[in-house]
Design a protein around this ligand. Structure first.
Ligand code: PLP
Length: 369
């Protein structure tokens, strides 16, 4: 029995997207970024499906430990590194790699008495002003770590792009130039590109690329959908009608009575809401598919339900399939535009309550999208 609201993961699409990364990235090795529960898709399932990537990256130490405990044997990198001595010791004990981006981390490494060593990804701040050593302190940090017995001699040198999703933005060229001039003469593999870099900035594809959203078939560009880049969406988000009813002209729908029926309305109640990760703040008119037909959402989204106008799908009955965002039509990018956000937040926002079905073909045929 399928639950009322559920997700479907197309792991073939995920692997297709990894192949696209390899094609676009040239000879670069691929550090697949699967932080935040693999952008909402499920950390372990995705890690297994991406076993052929050259490494996996997460944001936090506990995410990396979870991967190790599930028996994942890929190289694993923690993008925020360690934020205490205990975390550093845990990383060393589990053979997990760390981004090092501040002086405190360097001091902890210098004072570390572990026998085993750690692989360090040393981060330069080229203008994003988030994590990383500034240009003037980078070489000194590199020297300190080179002399540090607990740090393996082959460091990877990296930076992160702030505006790569804005095609032609001069900031990206400035960041790439600043990176190249700062790391000049230092030995070590280099890494710059996120998804937007891979898709739009060839110069950012160096020894390692770090794709996140594109692996999940979501475009980082607000004006270009994933299909433009031949990427395939991985997550479909589905539900069902749990009630269908006639509502008279002039009646108000849902909390706050924000939507008033201008005419007699055939109303569909869908069994999914913000408690499942559907964005609460989307406006009336946001599209939803019922039996594969586009109908407008009306009224406020509530925790467990949302309501749609079934005028264009008047033979719909309780139990009929609903697509909130799909893998073939009504892509998450479109819903993100209605929600005035980016696909990342919608994907990561899927909640624990949503079960993911294993039998993709069967699940998708129910939805007919
Ligand atoms: C999240 C993240 C990425 C991946 O970004 P996408 O835009 O999802 O491709 C790459 N590098 C770092 C440091 C990140 O934090």
């Amino acid at each position: 029995m399928t639950p009322v609201t559920y997700g479907v993961l197309d792991l073939t699409a995920l692997r297709h997207n990894l192949t696209r990364v390899r094609t676009l990235g040239g000879r670069a090795r691929v550090l697949a970024v699967i932080k935040a529960n693999a952008y909402g898709h499920g950390l372990i399932t995705v890690a297994r499906a991406l076993a052929s990537a050259d490494g996996l990256a997460v944001a936090r130490v506990h995410e990396a430990i979870e991967l190790k405990q599930a028996g994942i044997t890929s190289r694993i990198v923690v993008l925020e590194g360690f934020s205490s001595v205990d975390e550093l010791n845990l990383l060393i004990a589990h053979d997990i790699e760390a981004v090092v981006h501040n002086d405190q981390q360097v001091r902890w490494l210098e004072n570390c008495s572990e026998i085993d060593a750690i692989t360090v990804w040393l981060k330069l701040d080229t203008g994003m002003n988030r994590l990383g050593f500034c240009v003037n302190n980078f070489q000194a940090a590199y020297q300190c770590l080179s002399d540090c017995s607990v740090v393996r001699s082959k460091m990877i040198l990296m930076t992160h792009l702030a505006n790569a999703d804005s095609i032609g933005d001069a900031m990206t060229t400035r960041q790439i130039n600043r990176f190249n001039s700062t790391v000049q003469g230092l030995s070590g593999e280099k890494s710059i590109a996120n998804s937007a870099g891979i898709l739009a900035w060839k110069d950012s594809c160096v020894d390692w690329v770090r794709p996140g959203c594109m692996l999940f078939g979501a475009s980082p560009f607000s004006d270009k959908d994933s299909c433009f880049f031949n990427l395939k969406p991985v997550m479909g988000f589905y539900s069902r009608l749990i009630a269908v009813k006639k509502v008279q002209k002039g009646e108000a729908i849902g909390y706050g009575g924000q939507w008033r029926c201008k005419k007699a309305t055939l109303l569909g109640v869908v069994g999914a809401g913000y408690g499942d990760g559907y964005p609460r703040h989307v406006p009336s008119g946001t599209p939803v598919l019922v039996n594969g037909v586009r109908v407008p959402l009306i009224g406020r989204v509530s925790m467990d339900m949302l309501t749609v106008d079934l005028a264009d799908c008047s033979d719909a009955v309780v139990g009929d399939p609903v697509t909130l965002w799909g893998v073939k039509s009504l892509l998450v990018e479109e819903i993100a535009r209605y929600a005035d956000t980016i696909p990342y937040t919608l994907l990561c926002g899927i909640t624990q309550r949503v079960q993911f079905l294993k039998n993709v073909d069967n699940a998708l045929s129910i939805n007919d999208d």
